[in-house]
Write a protein of this length. Structure first.
Ligand SMILES: Nc1ncnc2c1ncn2[C@@H]1O[C@H](COP(=O)(O)OP(=O)(O)OP(=O)(O)O)[C@@H](O)[C@H]1O
Ligand SMILES: Nc1ncnc2c1ncn2[C@@H]1O[C@H](COP(=O)(O)OP(=O)(O)OP(=O)(O)O)[C@@H](O)[C@H]1O
Ligand code: SF4
Ligand code: SF4
Ligand SMILES: [Mg+2]
Ligand SMILES: [Mg+2]
Lengths: 329, 341
């Protein structure tokens, strides 16, 4: 299979300091054994509540953070331990787009300079040739030529995000990690940006890792969805499957809680207790303290592994026996 | 039955370095007791300013109300003195602010802040007797009662082990629990009106669902009147009975919730609905609204939506469309409806 990106058992721990001498007393497991694969030209949604580890995964893939363990393969090659020199090439292949458009743009540079900078860094392109490419990119993302000499603060949030997208496209990446690209935008502008991202994907055959906590947006954008809970994937499947037949109790609760803009769909939401809390170490299922399902004895003692319960549908819950166990071949 | 709140043709301007910003340009909004009204619209359209005009918390200057009236339970709010306003706020309006600066004070326990809120509201906004005077029997008794009320409020908002957790500091609470505390504080004085400005925007979807359910259950239990401000149409659909849609400083559509979602009339409302990624919208099926929100220093004349409207007509650039009946208790401010009237 032609996986452009594959992540195997990725872990990222942050030291927790404490005690009198402020020594490291424990590891905080922000990402705790995450595996997934992403097919070229497709979009995988990475969904989870705040603090579930989404951004950390994105940063590990771009090697903006060093993973604590695990492997990352890009285009067949192991990029987990690439040296600084090779990282530059990787970074023209993989780009990241951030949530807050304003914060990710240098306010002292003009739009032309912002979009032109990666062209200089990666291709040593300057002068008229660079200018031409920048104008082309601006055109692709729906900015006007006269915006070239303007500064980011003169633009609305949606237009700033267009600038960020143009900058990411400048180096002709194949994979883009989109970290909540529209969560700071109004809905009418969000729709424009989502449509732009879809058009660009078709036009340039881009592969997206789409990070979001908004399930409505994920349903619209993604081919496949992975749900994260406390640094672990609890369910992965094709988008229709996730939304039509969610298996994990957490996924079920999340989907039922989407505020659909339809008053006739009121009620029926599963309200789960509490919130994401790393407060106490969990021996069994990390979701057990909030789980509303009829739990089993093993829930509190054995962590459920992520297993295939139906074709290409993986779930980490004791209530769902793996394929092989259900139908011994 | 008469209105609890009647905002009539409210005009608000801000003086800024760049010029005069015409933030509200004739806002009309009515609420009856027991209403749960959603005020929706995109960023900067004036939702918070409209709400803040009721407890008169808009900073003036630089703000200036140039026309209009705000009537609450028959009383003219805009003509009250500042000390009358203090009492009015404490007795009649509970507020959950969007601005996090006005949130909980990290230096005091939840209990201290709740007790202060209760005392403040009991005293009608007058200065509360300080903790240092706690040895006076009357004050002691008052603080004891306030404590009991604080515990009751915390229970009401569904914080588990509330009577123990009340001694915690805000940082020991999660975002969702802090929001519950803020709701408790807003309810401390049994207000006639609860204004909740984006109460779930910063929260995760599972916590949002919890808070929305809490607000619904408080409405059912206490018969609250709620003005819920949000930019999320889904939140409105879930929680409100009526909706007012704002665009660039005006209410452009006002309707019972079902009618609005099934039969939106104003082109802006229709545009908003088409932009929300909902069930059964396939790839390429979303439609943004072209253009951007107008600059309010030089807003477009006539209907402020006209530069973005696909139905724009000559008259739209000349006059402001009045609110026109388009259904039962459903009005839209657009010349597409009843122009010949
Ligand atoms: N540099 C760091 N040092 C210590 N802890 C960190 C660091 N970066 C992230 N974390 C912690 O790791 C967890 C996961 O963070 P991450 O930013 O990946 O979450 P997220 O899913 O992107 O959340 P959000 O939706 O809020 O953006 C959080 O609890 C966060 O506090
Ligand atoms: N002190 C001020 N000076 C100048 N303009 C102001 C001031 N306060 C608010 N405004 C402007 O008033 C308009 C309405 O603001 P308001 O806060 O009511 O918007 P909102 O609908 O609540 O938006 P959001 O969804 O972002 O909270 C905005 O365009 C804002 O820029
Ligand atoms: S393993 Fe048990 S606790 Fe965990 S989600 Fe499944 S049923 Fe709930
Ligand atoms: S009044 Fe005119 S411009 Fe305004 S929404 Fe109606 S048709 Fe469009
Ligand atoms: Mg993040
Ligand atoms: Mg606001």
């Amino acid at each position: 299979m032609n996986h452009l990106l594959e992540v195997r058992d990725l872990r990222k721990f942050f030291p927790v300091h404490g005690g009198l001498l402020n020594r490291k007393v424990a590891d905080f497991r922000a990402v705790d054994g995450v595996s997934f694969a992403l097919q070229e030209g497709k979009t995988l949604g990475l969904v989870g509540e705040s603090g579930s580890g989404k951004t950390t995964i994105g940063k590990c893939i771009l090697r903006l953070m060093e993973p604590s363990a695990g492997q990352i393969f890009y285009d067949g090659g192991d990029i987990t331990h690439l040296k600084q020199r090779d990282l530059r090439r990787l970074r023209s292949e993989i780009q990241m787009i951030y949530q807050a458009p304003a914060a990710s743009l240098n306010g002292r540079m003009t739009v032309g300079q912002i979009i032109g900078e990666p062209l200089w860094i990666h291709e040593r392109l300057k002068g008229d040739a660079a200018r031409e490419r920048v104008l082309e990119l601006m055109n692709v993302v729906g900015l006007k030529d006269e915006h070239y000499y303007r500064y980011p603060h003169e633009f609305s949030g949606g237009q700033q995000q267009r600038i960020g997208i143009a900058r990411a496209l400048a180096v002709q990446p194949r994979l883009i990690v989109l970290d909540e690209p529209t969560s700071a935008l109004d809905v009418s502008v969000q729709a424009q940006i989502l449509n732009l991202l879809q058009d660009l994907q078709d036009q340039f055959d881009l592969t997206y890792l789409f990070i979001s906590h908004d399930l409505g947006v994920v349903r619209y954008m993604c081919d496949e969805v992975a749900l994260l809970y406390l640094g672990k994937i609890v369910e992965v499947a094709a988008t229709e499957v996730i939304f039509e037949d969610p298996k994990h109790p957490y996924t079920q609760a999340l989907i039922s809680a989407i505020p659909e803009p339809d008053p006739d769909m009121r009620g029926g939401e599963i309200i789960i207790r509490g919130d994401l809390s790393h407060a106490f170490p969990q021996r069994g299922c990390p979701f057990a303290p909030r789980c509303h399902a009829e739990k089993l004895a093993t829930c509190e003692s054995v962590p459920p592994p992520l297993l295939e319960v139906e074709g290409a549908h993986l779930v980490a819950c004791h209530l769902h026996p793996p394929l092989s166990a259900a139908e011994p071949a | 039955m008469s209105e609890l709140l009647d905002i009539d043709d409210l005009h608000l301007e801000f003086d800024t370095y760049d010029g005069v910003v015409k933030v509200l340009a004739g806002v009309n909004l009515k609420m009856r007791r027991g209403d749960v009204l959603g005020l929706v619209g995109e960023t900067g359209c004036g939702k918070s300013m409209t709400a803040l005009s009721v407890p008169r918390l808009i900073p003036m200057p630089p703000g200036r109300i140039t026309a209009g009236r705000v009537t609450f339970d028959g009383e003219d709010i805009l003509s009250k003195s500042e000390s009358e306003m203090e009492t009015f706020r404490a007795r009649h309006v509970g507020m959950i602010f969007q601005d996090p600066v006005t949130n909980l004070n990290p230096l005091f326990t939840i209990r201290e802040q709740l007790v202060d809120a209760v005392l403040y509201q009991r005293q009608g906004g007058q200065k509360t007797p300080g903790r240092w005077r706690g040895f006076l029997p009357s004050v002691k008794q008052m603080r004891k009662e306030a404590h009991e009320r604080a515990v009751e409020l915390i229970r009401l908002t569904g914080i588990p082990d509330g009577d123990k957790r009340i001694y915690d500091y805000p940082h020991q609470f999660s975002g969702g629990m802090r929001q519950r505390v803020l709701i408790a504080m807003a309810l401390a004085g049994d207000p006639d009106l609860l204004i909740a400005d984006e109460p779930t925007t910063a929260l995760d979807v599972t916590i949002q669902a919890q808070i929305l359910r809490l607000i619904r259950s408080l409405v059912a239990q206490l018969g609250l009147t709620v003005l819920l401000i949000t930019h999320n149409l889904g939140v409105v659909a879930r929680s409100c009975e009526r909706v007012a849609v704002m665009y660039a400083g005006r209410v452009v559509e006002d309707s019972p919730v079902r009618d609005l979602f099934h039969n939106p009339k104003h082109p802006y409302t229709r545009g908003l609905m088409a932009a929300v990624p909902q069930k059964d919208v396939n790839r390429g099926g979303l439609h943004g609204i072209p253009g951007i929100i107008p600059n309010l220093i030089n807003p477009p004349p006539g209907c402020r939506f006209n530069p973005r409207c696909e139905h724009v007509m000559g008259i739209c650039r000349e006059s402001v469309p009045p609110a026109i009946e388009v259904g039962a208790q459903h009005s839209a401010s657009c010349f597409l409806y009843g122009q010949d009237a």
